[in-house]
Write a protein that binds this ligand. Structure first.
Ligand code: SAM
Length: 209
């Protein structure tokens, strides 16, 4: 954890100034997520980074608990919340592996650009499954590099960045989908923007019968 947190701490300022790679796709993901939100929802975000997504979703839900391992990322996120006068997002430093959330307490969880960075995505998915209420949603956007060599060409310019990363797991979009369905989710929405290396999935915790 320390190594990973250090890496993200060091690049936090640069990360916060970097424009979103594909703004149109990002906006579409925000829009789609909001189709699932209600004003009474309790939401968790893991790996929230500098808080851009949590702060933009804040008006559409009751509360977002936005967590990240990097204190520097969170410092920027808190400053942004203050500047925007947003009060229903709580930022908290935690590694997903040590996060405590009561079972069946959440309406939705978000993990955006995170699951390819964790040691064991299946464990994280299982933990999120337990945290969600039956019928709750897990919204993920995950880099899936395992499908096709052509994707390596697309990431070549950012390859250096990836090599510097503490951890990058390579798996296919199908493996990502299977990890969710194996844990008990059903896929409600799946979208891979053209030429993108990430897959956006909204998965629903199937209520047990
Ligand atoms: C690629 S950034 C994505 C940030 C944000 N979700 C976004 O879409 O812009 C990955 C974030 O995950 C955080 N992170 C990495 N490993 C983590 C872990 N095990 N638990 C919690 N956060 C983690 C990093 O500190 C970083 O802020």
């Amino acid at each position: 954890m320390a190594h990973s947190a250090n890496f993200w701490d060091k690049i936090a300022v640069k990360y916060s100034k970097r424009p979103v790679g594909n703004e149109a796709a990002y906006q579409q993901k925000l829009q789609k997520s909001r189709e699932y939100f209600r004003s009474d929802m309790e939401v968790l975000e893991i790996g929230c980074g500098t808080g851009t997504t949590a702060l933009s979703h804040a008006p559409f839900v009751k509360h977002i608990r936005a967590t990240d391992i990097s204190s520097e990322m969170l410092k920027i996120a808190r400053d942004k919340a203050k500047a925007q006068n947003i009060k229903n997002v709580t930022f908290e430093q935690s590694d997903i592996d040590h996060l405590t959330v009561p079972d069946q307490s959440l309406d939705a969880a978000l993990a955006l650009s995170l699951l390819h960075l964790v040691e064991n995505k299946e464990d994280v998915i299982k933990r999120v499954y337990k945290m969600l209420k039956p019928g709750g949603y897990f919204i993920t956007s995950t880099v899936c590099l395992g499908d096709n060599m052509k994707y390596f060409k697309l990431i070549a310019p950012i390859g250096k960045f990836f090599r510097l990363m503490p951890l990058l797991k390579i798996f296919s979009a199908k493996e990502m989908e299977t990890a969710l369905t194996d844990a008990g989710f059903e896929i409600d929405h799946l979208w891979q923007p053209e030429k993108a290396v990430s897959i956006f999935i909204i998965a629903r915790k199937v209520p047990s019968t």
